[in-house]
Design a protein around this ligand. Structure first.
Ligand code: UD1
Length: 417
């Protein structure tokens, strides 16, 4: 089992290029199934979750391999199966977005419930209900979903909550359906727009992504396409929290600042100087950290739930009290117990966490309990006195490309042992 050892107290300095977005590339790799031909995906981060998607594509009979350090080539012409084994479904949450794509391509799909980070209950009722409204017949047997839809038909789908995954699955199922599908109360995350761009590059007719109504006019056939994945706004947010925590000055390249407005505002309130210039962000923290009052997570364009844990790590050693309200997931405070081991003062009551800043965190033996919670422990360790040993790296490697290399190039004392 590998672990990070991190010795805190070294300010960060230098430049870092932000990886391609995990939450974009996963539905895009699933979407390649619809093309029935060759696709090349650029700016594809090297992550365990991408490896899981590649394994699913190969199991389905498709060709999928890394062409270079940042491009993956997929050829779905030879797809010969429509099922995904339980072991592959459990590797990540995004395995479920293959459902809409396989169902559309093969007219049937068999898979179990997806795994992924344990953030409390993560139902897929909205995914299934959308597919049923489009004409799919879905039954359950022995923990498997058995889905049949010889003919998916477009319709109006009202999501009761703007679920990212359900919006994506519906877009994938609708891209080659008969007629037009309108998703109302759709998720507005930038990754939905990126999926729209890719579907349109394959010959799809999708519009409205980024707003709360996405319209998909079904087309008979899609073809192979090339696509460059957008920058990862949560990886960028994590690096912003890293420099806020450790102090110093870093230049982030390959960033879309407009996708990070709420995180930039919170980090500025905490005492960081942040300058934007095109696709770069210069972030500096040279004075004492301040508490930020209240942080409420919301669907995009609200404050992202994925940045809650890393921002909390910063407020743990800021002067004053910060109150977090987690409004997207029920169980997203599993990092709190680990931050307490590092000397943080946090009280959790339901979906609210009250963080009273302490003058110093101290190094400890801690364990990543999920992807972003693990990143939060790295952020805390960069400022802590002494050494932190962080295990559970399999969570961090699912979503961050060589995080230790990125941070040590910026001057952090972090090693994988
Ligand atoms: C995606 C992101 C994840 C991010 C989350 C919210 C990916 C791979 N993951 O996850 O990083 O934290 O969006 O921005 O893109 N819900 C239901 N029924 C459903 C689907 C969702 O009740 O059928 C609920 C969930 O339990 C949760 C809320 O809706 O409370 C939002 O979930 P959703 O937007 O679907 O998140 P994911 O797509 O799983």
């Amino acid at each position: 089992m590998s672990a990070f050892t991190i010795t805190g107290g070294r300010p960060l300095r230098g430049a870092a290029r932000v990886q391609g977005a995990k939450n974009s590339v996963l539905p895009i790799l699933a979407a390649t199934v619809l093309s029935g031909g060759p696709c090349v995906i650029h700016n594809c981060p090297d992550l365990l979750d991408v490896d899981s998607s590649v394994r699913i594509l190969r199991y389905l009979g498709c060709g999928a391999e890394r062409e270079s350090s940042s491009s993956v080539a997929v050829d779905t012409a030879g797809m010969s199966r429509h099922d995904i084994p339980d072991s592959m479904m459990r590797e990540m949450r995004s395995s479920v977005v293959f459902l809409g794509a396989i169902l559309s391509r093969a007219g049937e799909a068999v898979m179990s419930y997806p795994g992924g980070c344990d953030l409390g209950p993560r139902p897929i009722d909205l995914h299934l209900s959308s597919l049923r409204q489009m004409g799919a017949d879905i039954s359950e047997a022995g923990g498997f979903l058995i889905c049949k839809a010889p003919r998916l038909t477009g319709c109006d789908i009202h999501l009761s909550t703007p679920s990212v995954g359900a919006t994506e699955n519906t877009m994938l199922a609708a891209a080659r359906a008969h007629g037009t599908t309108r998703i109302l109360n759709a998720a507005r995350e930038p990754e939905i727009k990126d999926l729209q761009t890719f579907l349109n590059a394959m010959g799809g007719r999708v519009s409205g992504a980024g707003s709360s109504t996405v319209v998909i006019e079904g087309v008979r056939q899609l073809s192979g396409a090339e696509h460059t994945v957008i920058p990862d706004r949560i990886a960028a947010a994590t690096l912003l929290t890293a420099v806020a925590s450790a102090g110093g000055e870093i230049l982030l390249e390959n960033v879309w600042p407009e996708d990070l407005e709420t995180v930039i505002a919170v980090m500025a309130e905490a005492g960081c100087g942040i300058r934007r210039d095109g696709t770069t962000l210069l972030a500096r923290r040279d004075k004492a950290l301040r508490a930020v009052g209240r942080v409420r997570t919301m669907p995009h364009p609200g404050f992202p739930t994925d940045a809650q844990a890393p921002v909390m790590a910063v407020t743990c050693h800021a002067e004053g009290t910060t109150v977090f309200s987690e409004n997207v997931f029920e169980g997203r405070y599993r990092h709190v117990g680990e931050l307490l081991r590092m000397g943080a003062d946090i009280q959790v009551e339901g979906h609210v966490a009250v963080v009273c800043g302490v003058p110093k965190l101290c190094g400890a033996q801690v364990r990543a309990t999920d992807l972003r919670g693990g990143a939060a422990l790295v952020v805390a360790a960069l400022a802590a006195e002494g050494e932190t040993e962080l295990s559970g790296l399999e969570h961090i490697d699912r979503g961050y490309e060589k995080l230790e290399d990125v941070l040590s190039a910026l001057g952090a004392d972090i090693k994988r042992v």
